[in-house]
Design a protein around this ligand. Structure first.
Ligand SMILES: Cc1cc2nc3c(=O)[nH]c(=O)nc-3n(C[C@H](O)[C@H](O)[C@H](O)COP(=O)(O)OP(=O)(O)OC[C@H]3O[C@@H](n4cnc5c(N)ncnc54)[C@H](O)[C@@H]3O)c2cc1C
Length: 385
């Protein structure tokens, strides 16, 4: 579906389908999945059958081209109606793992990796962050040295979403050991069953049903044809990839903020204190309006930035907008989670309410995909300040 033929009905259809899916297939199980630390692998197949994993990808690779506005509508609805951050992060981890291959991989590598993932048969993860640092990507230490027609990979990656289950790892490696800066970095596709790859799960504050892993690469051999694009071009791929991730995270943050608002409003209408509904107290109504104000400004900004992406109006100033939007959206989520828990009172501190879960998911949204401090720094540089 191209942006030209996209209509309000398309948007409504996508939103309705996402809400139905959450209400019928997720809502009754999400708390158990969070407790268990994982959701069923069959959900990837289900999301693929619904056409969701392939949204925004070319038809030739089993995808369905879709503008950002439509993809956002889906993300917002999945978050708003009860999909947890962990579910969304893992179910859609291919949206950070695949774009480098899609944009820069050879046609043969694209065919080898992408269709199986979009069809829900395989899982994709992106591996940039290392124990030594995540923000300073150009300092990464994992190496890949060419031996004959194979790369040999050594090093470690940490905090990798879908790292335990992924069948394809898109790994940032240093292919030029003498070059310690950004131009020595490349991207390499490593299969999940490669000999020498070991994985350990990590325990977290939130995103509980998402698998997050520490990975070790000890002499892992992969064919040289698994290199994504040119040697030394990896850093630029990583930076470009971040824009899409930040846009999606902004949509997720908006959906979660709305989820907190919905829950708080519903609670305030039912809960009685001092003989009247909570919502009849002016202080509580004002809290709800403070949430609403931030939600609406985030929505308007997200729409404007996404619209520019769909029109390919993506210069340095647009990149700054994406960074600042990510900060604004995640601050909106933080504010709404805080107010949501407050309005729910003791119940907001109890496992099982959306506000309690979302409160624990705030910090990863403000750190992952580019931390708040770095977003401001990058935005100011893009604006020439
Ligand atoms: C649940 C979860 C899932 C994740 N999934 C993935 C994934 O799938 N793939 C992946 O590659 N990574 C993933 N990450 C890693 C994430 O992207 C990094 O945590 C993030 O980029 C920050 O890196 P860091 O943790 O190393 O923090 P650091 O780089 O050590 O920074 C620590 C703090 O210092 C601040 N800081 C750093 N430098 C400066 C500076 N120059 N000026 C001011 N402040 C500064 C940062 O903003 C941050 O607040 C995930 C993280 C989490 C928690």
């Amino acid at each position: 579906m191209s942006s030209e033929i996209f209509s309000q009905e398309d948007l409504q259809q996508v939103e309705d389908a996402a809400r139905r899916f959450i209400q019928t297939e997720v809502a009754a199980h999400i708390n158990d999945w969070e407790e268990a630390g994982q959701f069923p692998r069959s959900l990837y197949q289900r999301a693929a059958d619904l056409g969701w994993l392939g949204m925004g990808y070319p038809e030739a690779l089993s995808g369905t081209p879709a503008p950002w506005s439509l993809r956002n509508a889906q993300t917002i609805a999945l978050a708003r109606y009860g999909g947890s951050g962990g579910l969304l992060a893992s179910l859609f981890s291919h949206n950070i793992g695949l774009p480098p291959v899609l944009r820069h991989g050879s046609p043969a590598l694209q065919q080898k990796v992408i269709p199986d993932v979009l069809q829900g048969k395989k899982i994709s993860a992106l591996c940039i962050t290392e124990p030594g640092g995540g923000t300073d990507v150009s300092a990464l230490k994992t190496t890949a040295r060419l031996e004959g027609n194979e790369y040999v990979v050594d090093g470690e990656k940490i905090f990798i979403t879908s790292g335990m289950r992924a069948d394809w790892l898109t790994v940032a490696v240093r292919t030029d050991p003498k070059n310690k800066g950004p131009s020595g970095i490349s991207m390499l596709m490593v299969p999940g069953d490669a000999v020498g790859l070991s994985r350990s799960p990590l325990k977290k504050m939130g995103w509980l049903c998402s698998d997050t892993a520490h990975l070790r690469f000890d002499g892992v051999r992969v064919p040289a044809s698994n290199l994504v694009g040119e040697e030394g071009a990896g850093f630029k791929m990583i930076l470009t990839n971040f824009n899409g991730e930040r846009l999606s995270m902004s949509a997720m943050a908006l959906g979660f903020a709305e989820c907190c608002y919905d829950e708080a409003l519903s609670w305030a209408q039912q809960r009685k204190t001092f003989g009247t509904a909570l919502v009849d107290h002016q202080v509580i109504r004002h809290k709800l309006m403070d949430m609403k104000m931030r939600i609406e400004s985030t929505r308007a900004w997200l729409n404007a930035v996404s619209d520019r992406a769909d029109r390919n109006d993506k210069g340095a100033e647009w990149v700054a907008q994406v960074c600042l939007l990510k900060n604004h959206a995640t601050q909106t989520m933080q504010f709404c989670a805080d107010q949501g828990v407050q309005i729910l009172g003791g119940m907001g501190f109890m496992r099982g309410t959306a506000s309690e879960r979302i409160y624990r998911e705030v910090k990863v949204m403000m750190i992952g995909g580019g931390a708040e401090e770095i977003m401001k720094e990058l935005a100011s540089r893009q604006l020439g300040i």
